[in-house]
Design a protein around this ligand. Sequence first.
Ligand code: F6R
Length: 584
Amino acid sequence: MCGIVGVISDNAALKAFNGLRALEYRGYDSWGLAYPESGGIFVVKKIGQIGKAGTDFSKSAGIAMGHTRWATHGKVTEENAHPHSSMDKSIAIVHNGIVENYAELKSELVSKGYSFKSETDSEVIANLIQEKLKTEKTFEGAVRKALLELEGSYAIVAMRKGEEKLVCARDGSPLVLGVAENACFAASDATAFISETKKAIFLEDGTMAVLNKQLKVFETKTGAQLKAVPKELSWDFEQAQKGDYEHFMLKEIYEQPRLLKSAANQPKDKMEKFVSMLRFAQKIYFTGCGTSYHACISGAYMFSSIAKTQVMPVLASEFSLQENFVDENALVVAVSQSGETADLIEAINIAKGKGAKIAGIVNVMDSTVMRLSDATLLMNAGPEICVLSTKSYTMQLALMLLLASYVSGKEEEAKRLLSGLSTGAAKILESNSEKIKEIAKGLSRAKDIFVIGRKNAFPTALETALKIKEVSYIHAEGFAGAELKHGTIALIEEGTPAIVLSTSQTRKQVASNAIEMRSRGAKIIMVDSIPHPDFDFSILVPDFGEANPIALVLPMQLLAYYIALERKLDPDKPRNLAKSVTVK
Ligand code: F6R
């Protein structure tokens, strides 16, 4: 969602702009930049993509900040884009999050003579700081006093006319600081400054920082200074680059064979802790949103079949249904690429409130989900820049497979399976690529695409449909094969494409579902380990047993990618979508 960058450095404006470009993947509809100029604060705001903007910014600015906005409060307009200035233009702020009491604060400020230009909740922060400066001696003091009045969630960066410093704070929205020689950074995520430094300080909720040539961190409530020791980031700048690939989506799909090879390399102590929590829990819930939720369903199938352990997959946004049953004997496994998804954080807080233990499976180190978890395993997928989850999904599945196998003492089998799948994955992508391009041509003209699978291929059907929808904007629906005759078959007509995910376990039943659809005119794309000459197309995926959900999804990700290309869409920037969904 919204992205924030703050820079203290030489050529700060250009560095802030480059930071915004690195955050583009989070999804946005407008952007803006602020830096000191001619004794005041120069603010530029634009609707649309950064890519089309020039970079003729002042080179002399030593501080700058920027923002990519994903509209929540108010339409996509330049007025609503950040940075927002205080009425007297002495303060500028960028904000990520929601000020829940903004209406009350605004009317109080209006009664004191303040006027507002935007429809956003964020603008109140700038005016509130201006107001606090009437009684506070320092800029940071005024920011702190303003923050104490905010309800909701925020990550902010603020600057003041005539001061060579940035004041940043977080409470409920991510903010990470970067420390380099003669430079400091603040950003929603470290990709914004990873080209400059790998030394990062992950701010805690309820803390703020003052950045000038030095960096100091404080507790917002008391103003007391806190010790802040930078950590070394494990991600590299190169990992966040497209390299020779045309799109990040394609690059990330093709990274999967390599990642599968090292998926089992988890720190022993972390794995043991996670596994013992799984063994001792009386009830286990897997929860997440979107693609991560699909991994939860797949994981539940794996735990049932490999570990003979019951797991309840629950949509994080609907976790309240379980509220009355979660207690101190329950374990909630929270699955998230970003570790910042608001619906998931709410589910975690519900579960924690009931005394449950939380085990996180996350990709982003030090993310909120990781901090809220009693134990965490990292996906080690590296930065996922494409808005669509691909490699993080297969890494989630690989971890589920490993965990289910560890719980039942079959970890060596799982490691062998993943290692074989790593080589197999490269072959699946390579051998099917041309055929997938051809199938994508036909599918790119479809109105609807149906995807079915049974047993552990059922969540893969859901995930396939989601990938197609997100990237190609074609309506796609995934469901369990047997559900077809309970309603959806009414939509099958001459030429309707249907993708059938078949495995050796489900082949007979799912083939009969395919025949039912073909009899009504459907064009069938069979995905299986054996060819199906009776149907229109076959995509061949060797049988990987319990790892089939990983093997089957690979060509489906590639298919979604090529459908988007056929439709002349940018797979890395699907409309209306944000990478990390930090609002409920
Ligand atoms: C789909 C996709 C989303 C995310 C969902 C949860 O491609 O990316 O459905 O899976 O928003 O995000 P995380 O995993 O960051 O919690």
